[in-house]
Design a binder for this molecule. Sequence first.
Ligand code: SAM
Length: 214
Amino acid sequence: MDALTTARRHLVDSVWKRLGIQNDELKAIMNAVPRHAFVDSALSSKAYQDISLPIGQEQTISQPTMVAMMTNALAPRKGDKILEIGTGSGYQTAILAHYTPRLYTVERIASLSKKAQGLLEQLGFRNIIYKTGDGSLGWESWAPYDRIIVTAGAPVVSEKLKLQLADGGRMLIPSGGRDYQNLLCVDRIGSTFRETDLGECRFVPLLGKEGWEK
Ligand code: SAM
């Protein structure tokens, strides 16, 4: 086993210990996705520390603990139609792509979207549909989605996004202040929505019509 694979195993083991979760499928996926490939080569040595890292354009790749916590809470099932808002480096995208034949991902910064697409294609992912644009509005033309994950902090849980959830669907979204938010899990049951607060978190702002002003 090479040094990066060993470092990745140690990281994933420590994240599982920290979160106290039982999710062998997600653990295997996080052990398989090479996080170091999603950051600049100068940061490779830090890729297996449990920290967020810069990816350019003032954006970040999320902390592995947060990625594991959100994906575990999202609880994607095989075959779910999933929408991700905030492609960023494409790391969370790669993890979600293991669960679904159709993953839709939206990023507002064209250069990040293009870079993530190039890397994910190089890694062999063929089931991802990319869009550059304002994901605070969701992606209406492919709705409804079984799962929606927003990886940037929103001022409010947008009605537009909620209405793009399928009946029985679930959305994970950081919501609150521009710098600090609470991670909310929104479940749709018919025409009602149940919100559960999973605790404090810190994300870059979701910028857009249903997000923050630039
Ligand atoms: N999940 C990403 C990863 O694994 O690298 C990290 C995402 S980063 C914390 C948040 C991303 O959301 C940034 O790339 C940012 O440009 C993007 N973003 C912010 N507002 C957005 C919007 N309205 N629509 C789409 N993407 C947005």
